[in-house]
Write a protein of this length. Structure first.
Length: 239
């Protein structure tokens, strides 16, 4: 499909659906009008990953397929520098039930003759782990400093040292409003050294998910190094 033909198809789709299409940071985002107007919020746990997509498969082809299972809230299509797709995308539905249904119905779906795609639940993590932070800083100081460089922060989890309650344990968890905000923050921080108050820190995805209870008794016996290597941090391939 030529570029002009694709543009025409996308414009026709936008006119029909009233969705908004925005390209930024290596992805193109198709968003439902109710999200744009603020009438609905993105729901956690309702996103699926679409893999093995044809490199010339775009929103005009994906949206009708996704709408077969339920209301599509947002579609994020990953692009390379040439404008072709990278072969995968993320689709957000109204709720987690529709997302599960999408996995059941669309995993192995033959989108084109002889070409089947893969659909699984997306890692919907909204929390980042920051290791090696200054131990003498408070939650309020972290919030103030990180808000200068990152967007979408909703909370920061900080634990006092077992030996000195006036100090933290050298790590924090930063929670964001949604997975996209957390992914954008991680992408911004990962490429080079991250410094906070002249301290070089490590940043990556954190587990358990935001809102999961954290056992304080376990936390009393975990050092920052062990926590980072073995306990909470889980590495994911995320755009």
């Amino acid at each position: 499909m030529g570029e002009c033909q694709l543009t025409i198809k996308l414009l026709e789709m936008l006119q029909r659906t009233k969705y908004e299409l925005v390209q930024e940071n290596g992805q193109r985002r198709l968003t439902a009008p109710e999200i744009i107007r603020g009438e609905k919020q993105r729901v956690k746990g309702a996103e699926v990953f679409l893999g093995r997509l044809p490199r010339d498969c775009y929103e005009d082809e994906l949206m009708p397929m996704l709408e077969m299972v339920g209301r599509l809230i947002e579609l994020r299509l990953m692009l390379d520098f040439s404008g072709s797709t990278r072969g995968y995308a993320f689709a957000l539905f109204e709720n987690s039930k529709i997302a599960r249904n999408a996995c059941a119905k669309l995993d192995g779906y033959e989108i084109r003759p002889g070409h089947r795609i893969g659909v699984v639940k997306s890692v919907d993590n909204c929390r980042l782990f920051f290791g090696g932070v200054p131990k003498n800083k408070s939650k309020e100081e972290f919030i103030q400093e990180l808000n200068k460089i990152l967007e979408g922060i909703t909370d920061i989890y900080l634990y006092p040292s077992a030996h000195d309650k006036t100090l933290n344990r050298g790590f924090i968890f930063v929670e964001f409003k949604d997975h996209r905000a957390a992914a954008m923050a991680r992408r911004k921080l990962i490429p080079g050294r991250v410094m906070l108050w002249d301290h070089e820190i490590a940043v990556d995805w954190a587990d358990p998910e935001p809102g999961d209870p954290i056992d304080e008794e376990v936390m009393e016996n975990v050092s920052c190094f062990k926590l980072y290597e073995n306990y909470f941090v889980v590495f994911h391939t995320v755009p």
